[in-house]
Write a protein that binds this ligand. Sequence first.
Ligand code: MN
Length: 292
Amino acid sequence: MAYDDPGWNRASAWLEGESLDPRAELQVVDVPINRSVTPGSCDLAPDAIRKVLQRYSTHAFHDFIDVRGVQVTSHPETSDVGALTTILSKGITALIGGDNGVTRLGVAAMKRSLNLEWSQIGLITLDAHLDVRSLDDGPTNGNPVRGLLEDGLLGSNIVQVGVQSFANSPQYVRFAHEAGIRSVTAEVCLTTPFDILFESELERLADRCEAMYFDLDLDVMDRVFAPGCPGSRPGGLTPLHAQQAARIAGSHPKVKAMDLVELDPTIDINDCTAMAAASCLLSFAAGMLGRP
Ligand SMILES: [Mn+2]
């Protein structure tokens, strides 16, 4: 049984709607799709993330923020773009995946909810992969970015942060380059002050569009930190990098939605990946409280 201390509030209660002087709102929806290139159980991720939030509090030392200042509204799980559009039209939304296929649905819903043109939409990913695999076998977790290009998103409005060597084929790297997609390698992320780097990439993208979507593929983290992601490899980012990116994205007025994808709880070890995912959701909410 969990030890209950009235002086220690749990982040799980926050996700269930507990708030304190709320001055921002976050829509939360589970999108447990599971159509991965490598079969897995990403559909179990939302429950795993909710469960580990019991082990977090709501205080962020960055700016001494209590994320209970963000009022959460949870919506019934869905992978229907129409239903997602309705949710996104209510405000800033976190989509809890599910595999990376969530991103194509989420970006489409964001565009529709704001009634914008594709040229006004930006996508920033934190991902080891380019996700531009062929669409021949339908939508999977390996091709959401390819699918979005097909849908109309401009390659020049996409930036992918944390991409890794030997995790992408030469053909797909060439494809992404020719599409005008900007990519920042994990090595650059790990050898440059990351918060400054991520903020400048976000600002650069913000200059080109009206609304931005932040896709956080947990496999951007090193395999040591993300054993629960089939795609994670040694040489990736740390949970702190992912938290920083989530906070910075959360603080940007043009970021309208984020997703957390690619956690397969059945291969996670000691909840490492689920806990990292949960901390990123909290960081995004903390960032929201820093919006002007
Ligand atoms: Mn991905």
